[in-house]
Design a protein around this ligand. Structure first.
Ligand code: ATR
Length: 275
């Protein structure tokens, strides 16, 4: 692609950001669709100054990652209603100097799940109660799923369950859980702790659907055990790519080349030894 006066600038704001997979994914998507854009990682300490720079420099779109997903909201002009309810933004769209915040993490998770199951009326266990759990929990509840929050610490889990009008089960009472779908939103099982499980393997049943947000490794112990018990599985990359695909569509108005984006991320992961 030729970079010229019409090229639009994009980036990811994070700290750390050096290992972000988003530049590889989005630049490949721009190339595949012929969209004139470049996407770069920005290591950001002060999010307010960075958001002001989006306007000053006319940056067209930004991905926002840890630790800025909540604090970024103050500096934006508008919030998508779902992002506002979740209380976190991972995407900024700059439309003629008006900055709007979206949450595509939520969209990525839900669109990954609906490729495999009708969520409506299903019992969906969200394991964990951090930021990812909050975003996915809202998305699932919005799509008509009946959310059960499962968390190690009771106070944090009960708070999220309360906010989502959902049920709560402490991790040490997991045997009381009945679920059609299980989503791991904890970092348990992530490289280098690849043998760890966020829930005991006995919770899995044939016909269940299990999704992990961890994607290093791609096939986590959680997904291995789920598959061994006859559950269907969705890896963390599916969700990651779909949240990126939604960003691409918000920024460009084009259909995202999802398969190409997944390939770009896979190549990047293999190149770095899978972690
Ligand atoms: P994020 O905002 O990225 O989702 P987070 O706020 O650190 O991440 O949340 C991580 C979640 O994973 C928390 O719910 C945490 O449980 P606690 O609330 O009990 O801390 C959960 N988690 C992290 N490590 C865990 C472990 N080893 N076993 C069980 N749960 C764990």
């Amino acid at each position: 692609m030729q970079i010229d006066n019409n090229t639009k600038l994009f980036g990811v704001f994070g700290n750390p950001v050096a290992h972000s997979l988003s530049p590889a994914m989005h630049n490949r998507a721009f190339a595949a669709t012929g969209y004139k854009g470049v996407y770069l990682p920005f290591h950001i300490e002060e999010i307010d100054a960075a958001v002001a720079a989006v306007k000053t420099l006319g940056i067209r779109g930004v991905s926002v990652t840890l630790p800025h997903k909540v604090t970024v909201m103050e500096g934006l002009d508008r919030l998508d209603p779902l992002a506002e309810r979740i209380g976190a933004v991972n995407t900024i769209v700059n439309a003629d100097g008006i900055l709007t915040g979206y949450n595509t993490d939520c969209y990525g998770a839900v669109s990954a799940l609906v490729q495999y199951a009708d969520i409506k009326g299903k019992d969906v266990a969200i394991i964990g109660a951090g930021g990812a759990a909050r975003a996915i929990g809202w998305g699932v509840a919005d799509a008509g799923g009946k959310v059960v929050v499962v968390n190690r610490s009771v106070e944090k889990g009960e708070q999220l369950a309360h906010d989502l009008s959902a049920a709560f089960i402490a991790l040490d009472r997991i045997d009381e859980l009945t679920a059609d779908i299980l989503v791991n939103t904890t970092p348990v099982g992530m490289h280098p702790n690849i043998g760890d499980l966020p829930v005991p393997a006995r919770v899995f049943r044939p016909g269940m659907l299990a999704m992990d947000i961890v994607y290093t490794p791609l096939k986590t112990e959680f997904l291995k055990q789920a598959q061994a018990a006859g559950s269907r599985i969705i890896d963390g990359l599916t969700m990651f790519v779909l949240q990126g695909a939604r960003q691409f569509e918000l920024w460009t108005g084009l259909d995202a080349p999802v398969d190409v984006m997944r390939d770009a991320v896979l190549e990047r992961l293999n190149y770095s030894g899978g972690h």
